[in-house]
Write a protein that binds this ligand. Sequence first.
Ligand SMILES: [Zn+2]
Length: 309
Amino acid sequence: MIRLLALALMLLPAAAQAYSLTPQQIAPGVYMFEGVTEHFTRDNMGDIANTGFIVTEDGVLVFDTGPSRNYGQSMRLAIGMVTDKSVKAVYISHHHPDHFLGNQAFADVPIYALEHTIETIRRDGDAVTDNLYRLVGTPMSGTEPLEPSALVTLGRESIGGRDIELIAAGGHGGAGHADLMLLDHGSGVLFAGDLVFHDRTPTTPNAHLAEWHDALNQIEQLDFRVLVPGHGPSARSADPVQQTRDYLLWLEDHLQQAAARGLDAAEVLYLELPERFQHMGVLEQEYRRSVAHLYPEIERATLQDARTP
Ligand SMILES: [Zn+2]
């Protein structure tokens, strides 16, 4: 106990607020930390995304590091509560700040990511970090964007007695290979990152919708038994994939119809949203952000079509 306390004091800067992270076991040796299905606030300390880890004989594999340095440190402490194994490697799903800003807490181990993720963090890391300081405040204290240190090798590999597959797709973080997933074949757990949302409205700041649908089809072909979405509870079915697809198909069709009716963005923002999505967290806020992200292009394409004889 004293050792743990000393470790806590060493890891946490004096003024930092601690996150109370409880590892949720979802399969033997596989855990997730479940974020709340809200937008970033000072109250939730930015803890809105899921992260997780897998214990192998050679050490612990971490999937995503959360929204702040303090979160990453809290993760590491919580991992230490369930295993004596040290952290062996970290994998970052994509470049959004709620998934990688805990990297500083893992600076002593390789942090793997796709090239798109590394380049985007290099380019936009400071701006997205500033934005989280604005939204979350004090819990961000000491957080700086730390770029992943190594390019991930895709494919299937035996790591510490586990059969791990790293899979690239795209559509949420951008076009091309912008989203990384991790499938542990033995337990059947798939960490899908933000390609899948569950009971939480999908975010679209960098979305490429056609590729996102390809990725959802690809996920359904994978041999998983437990699905860990980027946001929202885990599931023992592909239902969250269908929920994400349903919302994205509705969103695109809804915006296309609005453009065809000649509505301007200000009008589209306040249209009524379907009953079947009302249970999803952050619905109105994410819908309005999506109008800002997606409507200008959809409007342009619709007008272009109308002018083509
Ligand atoms: Zn996210």
